[in-house]
Design a protein around this ligand. Structure first.
Ligand SMILES: Cc1cc2nc3c(=O)[nH]c(=O)nc-3n(C[C@H](O)[C@H](O)[C@H](O)COP(=O)(O)OP(=O)(O)OC[C@H]3O[C@@H](n4cnc5c(N)ncnc54)[C@H](O)[C@@H]3O)c2cc1C
Length: 251
């Protein structure tokens, strides 16, 4: 059972502003806009629900699957997928996975109500518009926002996760129906669990379906190869790498 943990407040626990130098600040003025953290809450030990408001969000043309990029430290930005818009479309909700102590994870961990942050976006990322209701979805802890953004009924959702119970709990907190429909598989270091993911995606013939793959690079590559070998048309596979071991801030 995972209990919500209150947001850290004040002092050294606040999200670092870490202002860049003069040149950096000029660049930021051109590229970014200011967002305010409306709320930030721990749904489980490693999943944070962060809600941001920015006037610029409300003036933007949003599409499902769009990304926003948050300045996490210095001039380093990290990417997240809003899964819901509220207010006058100026409020976005992000589900973030706190995987360690890297800048994005630190920003997620420390974000607290009233903080401000520099953001870019929305920007197009995974185009879900052409994906019909008969799609399959594969992802991991970082892809839950995308799965919820997909919105319409996906015939099968499979997530690999370090802790399947924790993943399910976090997803259920923001999208109970999606969590009910999803299968969670525990990640093994040797990736042997992906055979189970392949079997789950195989429960209906791959060929007529669309497929959305996101999350860890090597998992996506393997599942893509598998789906194509099973007859899926490459044009019907939408894939987006969200992270890869040893790479920083992909995107
Ligand atoms: C378009 C797009 C949308 C995304 N949407 C979301 C989202 O909604 N929610 C979300 O949580 N993430 C999302 N991500 C993934 C997130 O941006 C990455 O996980 C990012 O690397 C986190 O930044 P960081 O500073 O914490 O780690 P980085 O500094 O980027 O990485 C440091 C190291 O940590 C490891 N690492 C990175 N991510 C993970 C992970 N998830 N699990 C385990 N190890 C990891 C890698 O080995 C990496 O070398 C998205 C990514 C993209 C490209």
């Amino acid at each position: 059972m995972f209990l919500p943990v209150s947001s850290p407040r004040g002092g050294a626990l606040r999200a670092p502003q870490d202002p860049p130098g003069l040149l950096g600040q000029t660049v930021l003025r051109w590229l970014t806009h200011r967002a305010t953290v409306v709320s930030a809450q721990s749904l489980t030990p490693r999943f944070r629900l962060v809600t941001l408001r920015a006037t610029a969000f409300g003036q933007s043309d949003w599409a499902n699957g769009d990304k926003v990029q948050v300045r996490a430290a210095g001039m380093s930005f990290r990417t997240y997928t809003p899964f819901r818009l509220d207010g006058d479309r100026d409020v976005v909700h992000l589900l973030g996975y706190v995987h360690g102590t890297a800048p994005g994870a630190q920003w997620l961990r420390r974000a607290a109500r009233g903080d401000t942050c520099d953001v870019m976006g929305p920007r197009r990322s995974v185009s879900l518009d052409a994906v019909p209701d008969s799609a399959t979805f594969f992802g991991d802890e970082t892809s839950m926002g995308l799965a919820v953004a997909l919105g319409h009924a996906v015939h099968r959702l499979v997530f690999e996760a370090n802790d399947p119970d924790e993943g399910r709990h976090a997803l259920a907190a923001v999208a109970p129906e999606t969590a009910n429909a999803a299968r969670f598989i525990e990640r093994n270091t040797d990736d042997s669990h992906l055979a189970h993911a392949e079997a789950l995606l195989d429960e209906r013939p791959a060929a007529p379906l669309h497929h959305v793959l996101s999350g860890k690079a090597s998992s996506i590559q393997r599942l893509r190869r598998h789906l194509v070998a099973r007859g899926a048309q490459p044009a019907r596979i939408v894939s987006k790498v969200y992270w890869a071991p040893g790479k920083n801030g992909l995107d």
